[in-house]
Design a protein around this ligand. Structure first.
Ligand SMILES: [Fe+2]
Length: 380
């Protein structure tokens, strides 16, 4: 089999530069040369769809992710020692691991009679975690009017470095008419897609939307998440678009969080450099950012911003430049296809669909990185 990499065709007017499909590989049997081609494709195209992996074993999925970061602890990124019932917060209450997979989890919604890999007779994901400032009414969802759930990158963040690459294999796709994804923010913006897919925003494109002064500031600045960030986020909500925080709500006081130590609260660059292409990506997760350490240039004094409203109005102004239908890609995939993405270079969001469309089952795997994302300037 010869590997073929084909950029995903974009509709007229699209500004998206990322996305490719890969054919001609068997992820159960991947020689070193083919592995390197796929690794390079993930970092070059940011999001790739590997077609035709219906026979892939969960253990092969785990091994592939581990092969991308051989020095990382071989544990799913959401299954670290720091993840306990009282720390998962808005991530949800439970992660279901595929048996004999070493750490592939089920991202599913609906009743699973048998996923073919040892998970049977279980219903998952029907409790909706409404993260939006105005909850989406159930009757709107049933009509196929939905939203982006939450744009984010994958990682526990506290005590763990963000995972390098996430893989999602589509085991079962929901069936039904196309859905309409609304911004519901007064802008009137919407897009349509097949149900059960994942949306992506290119953080490299976002960096390019900064002014020259903002680029210099981002290159020299850092940010820190809160400790136990998914609990800390408290009663705050996302904007209805799924990208950026809405005003209002309160965070949990640091002294009331589940136990934490300062050594596990890392400071991240504001710009993460793609390890293969060297391209700069503006990468901040809106829900978890607690402090900005702003430097207008390398020699400028550092200004620490801790006020949540100031952080989010500054960040939302930047995020709004890319939160547009023409800048978001929702690549199509079918059962048996594997989605792989550069978690250090994109934000992604699931998209809810009407329960009547049936069950969606994805096998998901990412592993906490062995290293901190690398910025254009040293973090100190
Ligand atoms: Fe995710």
């Amino acid at each position: 089999m010869a590997i073929e990499i084909t950029p995903i065709a974009k509709p007229p007017g699209s500004t998206v530069k990322m996305g490719a499909t890969i054919t001609g590989v068997d992820l159960n049997n991947l020689d070193d040369e083919s592995f390197e081609i796929i690794r390079n494709a993930i970092y070059t195209h940011q999001v790739v769809i590997v077609k035709g992996q219906g026979a892939m074993k969960p253990i092969s999925q785990f091994d592939f992710v581990q092969r991308l970061d051989p020095d990382a602890s071989p544990t799913h990124g959401f299954l670290t020692d720091d993840v306990k019932d009282d720390t998962v917060g808005v991530l949800g209450s439970k992660f279901n691991v595929v048996p004999d997979s070493k750490g592939v989890t089920l991202v599913a919604r609906g009743y699973i009679d048998d996923d073919g890999h040892g998970t049977k007779d279980i219903t998952l994901g029907n409790k909706r975690y409404d993260l939006h400032v105005e909850p989406l009414p159930e009757e709107e969802l049933e009509k196929g009017h939905t939203r982006f759930h939450s744009f984010h990158f994958d990682g526990v963040i506290y005590g763990a470095y963000p995972s390098r690459v996430t893989t999602l294999r589509c085991v079962r796709a929901p069936r039904g008419p196309d859905i309409t994804i609304n911004w519901d923010d007064g802008s009137g913006q919407s897009v349509t897609s097949k149900p059960g897919l994942t949306a992506f925003i290119d953080s490299a494109q976002l960096y390019e939307l900064l002014t020259p002064e903002e680029k210099t500031l981002a290159d020299n600045s850092t940010w820190a998440p809160a400790p136990q960030p998914y609990v800390w986020t408290g009663t705050r909500k996302l904007r209805n678009s799924g990208l950026g925080m809405a005003p209002g709500g309160t965070t949990v006081p640091l002294q009331e969080l589940p136990s934490w130590v300062p050594e596990k609260v890392y400071r991240f660059p504001m710009v993460w450099v793609n390890p293969v292409t060297g391209v700069k990506c503006f990468q901040i997760m809106p829900d978890v950012v607690h402090k900005l350490y702003l430097k207008t240039d390398a020699r400028a004094p550092e200004r620490v911003v801790e006020d949540g409203q100031e952080i989010h109005s500054w960040l939302n102004n930047i995020l709004d430049r890319i939160c547009k239908p023409e800048s978001i890609i929702i690549p199509e995939y079918n059962e048996g296809d594997v989605v792989m993405f550069n978690n250090w270079g994109v934000l992604h969001s699931s998209i809810d669909f009407p329960p009547s469309y049936g069950t969606r089952i994805m096998h998901q795997c990412h592993i906490s990185s062995s290293t901190l994302p690398v910025g254009p300037t040293a973090v100190h």
